[in-house]
Design a protein around this ligand. Structure first.
Ligand SMILES: NC(=O)c1ccc[n+]([C@@H]2O[C@H](COP(=O)([O-])OP(=O)(O)OC[C@H]3O[C@@H](n4cnc5c(N)ncnc54)[C@H](O)[C@@H]3O)[C@@H](O)[C@H]2O)c1
Ligand SMILES: O=C[C@H](O)CS(=O)(=O)O
Length: 486
């Protein structure tokens, strides 16, 4: 059965790019193949677009900008609300498309669609709250006034692990602030972006305000970062690519938001509720098969509770159900591609060679292709690759620690600073550790911290700026100071 035949609304599955309100092939009619990560089966193709198509999308955005910014925030919000309503109404189809191209279990995919839609709903309202100031003048003949204006044409480059939410977390604030935006989704997962564009078009978002360009990342990225019309670039992906895009944006002095890699510690103190900590560990480690930027990468467990926690964690991991994202009850789907599987395997083999003990899993799953067994290892040490590299897979390494100062030093010993987690029921310790951890986001007695109202982002080499929350629109406006002579 084809993917399109499974949809209630088959028109949501598009095999064309969306530029200036028109569904288009690449100029040279070349295409990129999109595969199901669970089986490797061909799902379909999208245009392999490049420089010329991207330039047309940017120029269309420039043409659409005056009318879009001239709408009131309330008028823009009404259109965004219609888009939100359509996303919710079509959530089952959007989730089915997302699972097909990304692999995550349908329940997680549906959750992502609702999460993605929440950014459209949230920023539709936040756009109405963009306001300036009138300042107390230092002189009687001057009246200082501050206004905020849309920054201009924006561009977004997004990853495959959240093919819907990482797009709306950028498109939402851009549109609400009065900015048009050109989006390049990941090659592996373009269909979710295109399906959302179908619904944006139906909602009445004007031509040129939102375009989706699929294809050659380097060519598209070079045009997005090099074209002076683009005033802001928002990127979510690896730190290596983020550095590159930041450098490419420098000659035209673009504002950049970078949501990059992570290396999250998860600390279990001796006073933790161990059952709660295990539940949080499962949520923060095995969501999306470990392929989220805020997934725990290192578990630090106090020596006094190490054996009890590790035993409980191993038991819980054995209960995880690996399989096709469309199969009932599946909680762990495939990794995105063969390279992802090989990286997890390399981390496990390296750890084993350096003395780790495999408690659960440790090998490719019998289902083959993109599947890897949910894995727990004990005896992790800091010379192992998994300690300094983001595994981005279903591998939970457990390290021991003996005191608070030691574990804070361990946790902070990374160039990344995105998310951290810890479990403790001592209120003094909670504040001391929360203050000491060098991360943009800290989960305290929880393994899940992402939502539309909270500022999502990291410090150090995990990125710049924040997405979501009332802070997330700041990077899409610029401040203008008016000095009015009285
Ligand atoms: N901080 C966050 O919010 C967040 C969210 C999701 C993923 N990530 C990070 O992303 C990484 C995994 O995602 P990924 O493999 O898609 O990352 P990636 O950096 O390989 O790709 C991300 C996007 O960048 C594009 N890209 C790659 N090279 C490019 C180039 N030279 N020019 C222009 N575009 C280019 C890709 O096509 C894709 O659309 C992990 O490190 C993860 O931590 C971070
Ligand atoms: O992988 C990155 C996403 O931001 C994950 S989350 O769903 O926002 O936590």
């Amino acid at each position: 059965m084809s993917l399109q035949s499974e949809l209630n609304d088959p028109a949501l599955l598009r095999h064309h790019g969306f530029i200036d309100g028109a569904w288009q092939d690449a100029d040279d009619h070349t295409t990129l193949a999109v595969h199901d990560p669970a089986s490797g089966a061909l799902l379909g193709t999208v245009p392999r677009m490049g420089t010329a198509e991207t330039r047309r999308a940017i120029e269309a955005a420039q043409r659409a900008w005056p009318a879009w910014r001239a709408k009131t925030a309330k008028e823009r919000a009404a259109l965004m609300r219609r888009w939100f309503d359509l996303m919710i109404a079509h959530a089952d189809d959007l989730a089915r498309i997302l699972t097909a191209e990304q692999g995550k279990p349908l329940a997680e995919a549906k959750g992502e669609i609702v999460y993605a839609a929440s950014f459209i709903e949230w920023f539709a309202e936040e756009g109405k709250r963009v306001s300036g100031d009138t300042l107390a003048s230092p002189s009687a003949d001057k009246r200082p006034i501050v206004v905020k204006e849309p920054i201009g044409v924006c561009a977004a480059i997004t990853p495959w692990n959240f093919p819907a939410a990482m797009i709306t977390r950028k498109v939402g604030p851009a549109l609400a602030a009065g900015c048009p935006i050109v989006v390049k989704p990941a090659e592996a997962t373009p269909f979710s972006a295109l399906a959302m564009a179908v619904l944006a078009e139906r909602a009445g978002i004007p031509a040129g305000v939102l375009s989706v360009v699929t294809g050659d990342p380097q060519a598209i990225g070079a045009e997005m970062t090099g074209n002076p019309i683009v005033r802001k670039l928002s990127f979510t992906g690896s730190t290596a690519v983020g550095r590159l895009l930041m450098a490419q944006s420098a000659p035209t002095v673009k504002k950049v938001t970078l949501e990059l890699g992570g290396n999250a510690p998860f600390i279990v103190f001796e006073d933790a509720d161990l059952d709660a900590a295990v539940a949080g560990a499962i949520a923060s480690k095995y969501r999306n098969s470990g392929q989220t930027c805020v997934c725990t990468n290192r578990f630090y467990v106090h020596e006094a509770v190490h054996d009890a926690f590790t035993r409980k964690l191993a038991d819980a991991v054995r209960e995880l159900k690996v399989g096709l994202g469309t199969a009932p009850g599946v909680t762990v789907g495939p990794l995105i591609d063969a390279a992802a599987v090989s990286k997890v395997e390399r981390h496990v083999d390296d750890a084993r060679a350096k003395g780790a003990t495999i408690l659960v899993g440790g090998t490719r799953h019998a289902l083959g292709h993109g599947f890897f067994e949910p894995t727990v290892i004990a005896g992790a040490t800091h010379d192992m690759a998994l300690a300094s590299e983001e595994t981005f897979g279903p591998l939970a390494p457990v390290f021991r620690f003996s005191n608070d100062d030691e574990v804070v030093q361990f946790a902070n010993a990374t160039e990344f600073g995105l998310a951290a987690y810890f479990y403790s029921r001592d209120v003094g310790r909670i504040w001391r550790i929360a203050d000491a951890l060098e991360y943009g986001m800290v989960g305290i007695n929880t393994g899940l911290l992402s939502n539309e109202v909270a500022p999502f982002g990291g410090i150090k080499q995990s990125g710049l700026g924040r997405e979501g929350s009332r802070y997330g629109i700041d990077d899409y406006v610029v401040i203008k100071y008016l000095c009015l002579a009285a």
